[in-house]
Design a protein around this ligand. Structure first.
Ligand code: ATP
Ligand code: MG
Ligand code: MG
Length: 420
């Protein structure tokens, strides 16, 4: 993809915008872009440079993303802080064409990496609560203040706020982009010495970083023995390339497969509540380390049909009215509202699944289900809004380290008789 119309090949030290930005290291990549840590010489700060592929459709997509980001950046609303801020944008000419570049605030690892580096075990529920709280603030802001639907909410698109100072630790990270550069070596197959060295340092950093896992996993930092439990997990929603306004939609098929709401599969129209569905999928994934739905094509049925079947096995039968309401409904459902090609469903309700497969305690499973299940209502209008969801008692419940509830701080102590 490093060809005409594709990615722009970047080397450490490359300059952008007339020398204003200097590339430091690669942070990530997507279908549309590569993202680099860059030093902003005009402000002496680090930023993320999202360098778009250069073909016309990518330029178009970048213009759209800039449009959305510009409308939500530099807003005085404090909750705007839960979405990534666009600092600037410019064009950069390279051998593969003209690339639109977005200058974004520099953020840390994605939730996907967080889940991976926690070895897909699921995070402690307090961390899940904190992250959920943050995402909801971002969604409430987007939905209510701007009428924007993100449409591609998934763990990859939520980034933690970086705790690493790039000036001190330029090659840090478990995440070394160098270790997982999927599109091959940009220097044309010859791994430079510098790159080898960077790789080695990055590998060493992996070991060092397990302490950081702890930060995120709620254990102890093995090195310092410090308990990092109290650290506030904060994150931001990123990747507005597919975002739309509720009254100005662009695509029928939205969302990444596993996070896709049923009304999108059925082509029954959509609104803000599709983000709430994806949010529920993320909450489950954070808590268990597994994706909630992983549909597959099978013998005699499609991925879509499997997806609908998985939903119903977890959530019960889809109300007939909803099942038959979409443009695609007839492809999947008969007139009774039963799936045509997948007849026998094995029901496994969420709270049972959490206890039996993920070894949640009965009470944790029950409370977490009460938080998540309303968001997975088949009837989109019935799903709580982000604003409503922010009031949910599950988010407010914090447990101390021994796992004992900490509601109504001090009250039980006050009632206790002296000496008991
Ligand atoms: P997609 O294929 O998901 O649409 P994309 O090309 O639009 O991808 P993004 O998802 O915006 O690109 O960014 C790609 C990756 O770069 C992210 O998953 C993340 O790892 C990293 N990244 C993006 N923005 C930032 C940022 N502001 N700070 C740090 N890293 C970032
Ligand atoms: Mg992305
Ligand atoms: Mg994108």
């Amino acid at each position: 993809s490093y060809r005409k119309g594709g990615y722009h090949a970047v080397r450490v030290g490359d300059q952008f915008a007339g020398g204003r930005f200097i590339a430091q290291r690669k942070l990530g990549w997507g279908q549309f872009s590569t993202v680099w840590l860059a030093y902003d010489t005009s402000t002496s700060a680090y930023v993320a440079l999202k360098i778009q592929k250069s073909a016309a459709q990518f330029v178009q997509a970048a213009l759209h993303e800039i449009d959305v980001l510009a409308s939500i950046s530099n807003d005085v609303d404090v909750n705007s802080k839960c979405v990534v801020q666009l600092i600037d944008h410019f064009k950069h000419a390279g051998p593969n064409g003209q690339h639109l570049c977005m200058v974004l605030e520099f953020l840390g690892d994605s939730l996907l990496r967080l889940i991976k580096y926690n070895r897909y075990k699921g995070l402690p529920l307090n961390k899940v609560r904190e992250i959920c709280h943050c995402i909801l603030l971002g969604l409430d802001y987007l939905h209510r203040e701007h009428g924007i639907i993100h449409t591609d909410l998934k763990p990859e698109n939520v980034l933690l706020i970086s705790t690493i100072d790039p000036a001190k630790d330029p090659v840090r990270s478990e995440l070394s982009p160098i270790l997982e550069r999927p599109e091959g070596n940009i220097n044309g197959g010859v791994t430079s010495l510098i790159e080898k060295k960077l790789k080695r340092r990055a590998r060493r950093a992996v070991a060092k970083i397990s302490g950081r896992n702890a930060l995120l996993g709620g254990n102890e930092d093995p090195k310092s023995g410090r308990n990092l439990d109290g650290i506030d997990v904060r994150c931001k929603v990123v990747d507005f390339g597919n975002a739309c306004w509720a009254d100005k939609q662009f695509a029928e098929e939205i969302q990444t497969r596993q996070y896709r709401a049923p009304e999108v599969i059925l082509e029954a129209g959509y609104s803000f509540s599709v983000d709430m569905w994806s949010f529920a999928c993320i909450a489950f994934e954070l808590a268990t380390g597994d994706m909630l739905f992983t549909p597959k094509v099978g013998q005699g049925f499609s991925e879509n049909e499997d997806h609908l079947a998985l939903m119903m096995e977890l959530l019960g039968k889809m109300p007939r009215k909803v099942a038959i309401a979409g443009a695609k409904s007839k492809d999947f459902f008969d007139r009774h509202g039963d799936l045509k090609r997948i007849r026998r469903l094995k029901f496994w309700p969420l709270s049972k699944l959490l206890v039996e497969r993920y070894k949640f305690s009965e009470s944790d499973a029950h409370e977490f289900s009460e938080f998540v299940l309303p968001l997975l209502d088949f009837t989109p209008e019935k799903r709580p809004t982000a604003q409503k969801c922010l009031e949910h008692p599950w988010l407010k419940k914090m447990e101390n380290e021994s796992g004992v509830e900490n509601v109504g701080v001090g009250m039980s102590n006050l009632k206790m008789e002296p000496g008991k």
